[in-house]
Design a protein around this ligand. Structure first.
Ligand SMILES: Nc1nc2c([nH]c(=O)n2[C@H]2C[C@H](O)[C@@H](COP(=O)(O)OP(=O)(O)OP(=O)(O)O)O2)c(=O)[nH]1
Length: 143
């Protein structure tokens, strides 16, 4: 069983309003479907280390991680051979760009997150993200 790690990149960890979705450009069986940026943990690498590496390679950004988006079984099942761990994240340096594996990035407004053609394994995850985000509120703006 191989571990994949991914980042739920949002504008604000305390009260997420925008989520970054990435459209895969390869392989042909997955191309055109949407996912969270990330990738496989390599041998000898920790999951958090792998996530920082993947986000730098794929999007060209440095991030600060928030809480893990937990699944009751410890990881989100993707396929019989793959499971995924996911962390909330915010960009601290760089602007996300589709440098590798993706041909489009999109910041999705809260309330529309589930509306894209996500990879099948991401559908319950994105529903969970939206549910968690809906339970947050932004701090009132100073007048
Ligand atoms: N990154 C990512 N992968 C996902 C998600 N959902 C999902 O089913 N997957 C699947 C697609 C791929 O089969 C696998 C991730 O593999 P990948 O091809 O992105 O990994 P990688 O960048 O390390 O590339 P490689 O070593 O396979 O060449 O997990 C998701 O939200 N994010």
């Amino acid at each position: 069983m191989r571990l994949v790690v991914a980042g739920a990149l949002v504008d604000d960890l305390a009260a997420p309003r925008h989520l970054l979705a990435a459209r895969r450009s390869a392989p042909p069986a997955l191309a055109g479907r949407w996912e969270l940026a990330g990738g496989k943990v390599e041998e000898g690498e920790g999951p958090v280390q792998a996530l920082h590496r993947e986000l730098a390679e794929e999007l060209g950004v440095r991030v600060r991680l928030g809480a893990e988006v937990e699944h009751p079984d410890g990881a989100w099942p993707l396929t019989p051979a793959l499971r995924m761990r996911v962390w909330w994240a915010v960009v601290v340096a760089g602007t996300p760009a589709p440098l590798q594996d993706h041909d489009e990035l999109r910041w999705l407004e809260r309330g529309t997150w589930a509306g894209l053609d996500w990879l099948p394994g991401d559908v319950p995850l994105v529903a969970r993200l939206e549910h968690l985000a809906a339970g947050t509120t932004s701090a009132p703006r100073p007048e």
